[in-house]
Structure formats: C-alpha cells, structure tokens
Design a protein around this ligand. Structure first.
Ligand code: IPM
Ligand code: MG
Length: 359
C-alpha cells in the first residue's frame, strides 16, 4: 500500500539536508520496494516570502491528510523583523498544535566513532542512549492568558502562562512509560514541583500512573537538578519525561553531550485514531543554521536519522529504519565527517557516504 508523506524543506540548511534524506528514501524505493508518495510544501520563511504566512491553511490540511510530515528547519535573520505574529517558527508550532502532536521524542545517542567529538570526557558519555519525551502542545508555549499589555501607569507587562491539566500530563506520561518498557525500564519525570503548582500536579499525576507499569522504575527530579545531572552523569538516565519549556532546554543540552547538534533526529507523535493511524512529524533537532546556509557544508545525518524514525514509527518499515541507521554508523566508522564533526566533507559527500554504506 502506498503511503503519503508531506516534505517541508524549510529555510537555511533545511533544503540542503532534506535533499540528502530524500536520496536515502529514493534508495529504499529502488532497493527495498518502499512505496511512498512525496508531496512538498513551503513552511517558515520560505512560505512567508511566497505565500505571506509561515504556514498556510492548505499546508496544514495536507499535513493532516499525510501519513507523516518530514520537516526541515525554519527561520533566519531575513525574517527577524517581520513581527511576532509573522515569524517562521509559527510553522512548527502550528503543526504541533493543529495535528495534536503532543509527544516530542528526542533521543540523544553517542555513536562510538564520535565519542571524542563531545566536549565531555569519553568516559562520561560512551554508550550514552537517552530519550527525552517532551510535551509539545501545552505548557507555557500555548497557555492563556498571554500577551504584552500596557498598564494604567504606562508600565508594559509581558505575560505567559504555564498550565497543564491531568489529561495532558497523562497522555504524554503514558507514551514515556511505554517507551521505557521497550528500553531500560527507567523513567525520570522532570518538573519544578518545589516552585510551580503545575509541576506539583505533574508529579502527583505521573506518580498515580506508575502502578500501570510495574516493570518501570519511576523517579522524579527538579528541572534545574536534571540539567546539572545531564552534564555530570548523563548515563544515569534512560527515558526523561517533561513539559514543553523544560524539554526544549534539556533536549538542547542532551544533544550537545553527543558532540554535535547535527546528529540528532526527533519524532513528534499525536494520539492514534480508531484505525490506529497516528499524526506524526519528523525533524532534526538542529535549526536552520543561517550562518552556514547555502554553503553545502551542513551535516545531513540528523535529517537522515529523522527519516529513519519516520520509517519506524509511521510507515511500518522498522527493518528499513535499521538499515538506514546502520548505514549512518558505518559511514561514521569509515571516517565520514562533516565540519561540525571535525571533518571536511560537504553535505552531498556525507549523503554519498551514507548511500555507499547502504550498499
Ligand atoms: C525546538 C525549537 C522550537 C521550540 C522553536 C523553533 C519554536 O527550539 O523544536 O526545540 O522552541 O520548540
Ligand atoms: Mg529548541
């Protein structure tokens, strides 16, 4: 059965690394019978320029209809002055919200050939394999009230609201518990229950679900301590579940433990419908990297590994996902390195190295 994906290359290095990911999909079509219809849409700054908004309602509708969205990255200095309501980032925030993509899975793995690329000592990060499950449709990113207001005395005030209800906490926690069951059976829930009521509710409610997962050991940590522990001894973690803002911060930190932001993929999943179909979006953790855009030197591995996650979680192609992931490791073992990894390969040459490793 043929499946449809919506490809949104985005801005900056987005289209450059997406090209390499699509070559991997082409290889799978030629050699493994992958039957995929690929649609394409503009998002972010590219869509602001061509369509007047970071994402059009038509693109949102096409994303909803697709089996998965393969997302590039958005943003860049060119669109910085366009105003808060017309910024490229609205594209990804709208897709998360409109498609109900509440569980953002952000793995941080250290590949053995790259153990020296991290700024942390090899002994601290060798074999690292953690999964951050970041809630991605709630919290302070979307809470009301929000805005900038001017008080009677002329003072201006910016307002955002951190809010979580038990339904939101429960559905993301269950995703994290289930993932922990398939991995190291350890789940660490992260909030600021010592300061925030939303964090206290988060802790109480996650705790109340633990009985459904007797094989998983649940622990709790304050977000500030978690940041410190990630830098001190990251291998103590298996799965981390946390809210939107803390997850944003902690996943950037975790990704840098691995040596390069250019390596890490992510998947964002919604709730399965009655037929088991689940809205989903796949994107690299890195941004659009305007400083190196257009030079053809960005590392395409995060986009390629995001594509592997898509094969596994949305397209029932786990074997293909493994083939791609193994090819990435093989390319690294053979010494393939883009600049972020201390090498000299271009984006295209790194794509070539993965294709060569595919066989
Ligand atoms: C991320 C990014 C986004 C976020 C931005 C681009 C809106 O930092 O996916 O981590 O804050 O969620
Ligand atoms: Mg971020």
């Amino acid at each position: 059965m043929s499946r449809t994906i919506l490809v949104t290359p985005g801005d900056g290095v987005g289209p450059e690394v997406m090209t390499e990911a699509l070559r991997v999909l082409d290889w799978l079509a030629d050699h493994r019978g992958l039957d995929l219809v690929r649609e394409e849409a503009l998002v972010g700054g590219a869509a602001i320029d061509a369509e007047g908004a970071a994402i059009s309602p038509q693109t949102v509708a096409r994303a909803k209809a697709a089996d998965a969205v393969l997302f590039g990255s958005v943003g860049g200095p060119k669109w910085d002055g366009k105003g808060f309501d017309n910024r490229p980032e609205i594209a990804i925030l709208t897709l998360r919200k409109e498609l109900g993509l509440f569980a953002n899975l952000r793995p941080a793995m250290v590949y053995d050939p790259l153990v020296d690329a991290s700024s942390l000592k090899p002994d601290v990060i060798r074999g690292l394999d953690i999964m951050i499950v970041r809630e991605s449709t709630g919290g302070v990113y979307f809470g009301e009230p929000r805005g900038i207001e001017t008080l009677a005395n002329g003072v201006r005030r910016g307002v955002n609201t951190e809010v979580y209800d038990t339904l939101e906490i429960e559905r993301v926690a269950r995703v994290a518990f289930e993932l922990a069951q398939t991995r190291g059976q350890r789940l660490c829930s992260v909030e600021k229950a010592n300061v925030m009521e939303s964090g206290l509710l988060w802790r109480e409610h996650v705790t109340s679900l633990a009985g459904d997962y007797p094989d998983v050991t649940l622990s709790h940590m304050y977000a500030d301590n978690c940041a410190m522990q990630l830098a001190r001894n990251p291998r103590q973690f298996d799965v981390i579940v946390t809210g939107n803002l803390f997850g944003d911060l902690l996943s950037d930190l975790a990704s840098m433990l691995t040596g390069s932001l250019g390596m890490l993929p992510s998947a964002t999943l919604g709730a399965p419908d009655a037929s088991g179909r689940r809205p989903s979006l796949y994107e690299p953790i890195h941004g659009s990297a305007p400083d190196i855009a257009g030079q053809g030197i960005a590392n395409p591995l995060a986009q390629i590994l995001s594509t592997a996650m898509m094969l596994r979680y949305s397209l029932d192609r786990a074997a293909d996902a493994e083939i791609v992931e193994r090819a990435v490791v093989k390319a690294l073992e053979r010494g393939a390195r883009t600049r972020d990894l201390g090498g000299t390969l271009t984006t295209r040459q790194m794509g070539d190295a993965v294709l060569a490793a595919l066989g």
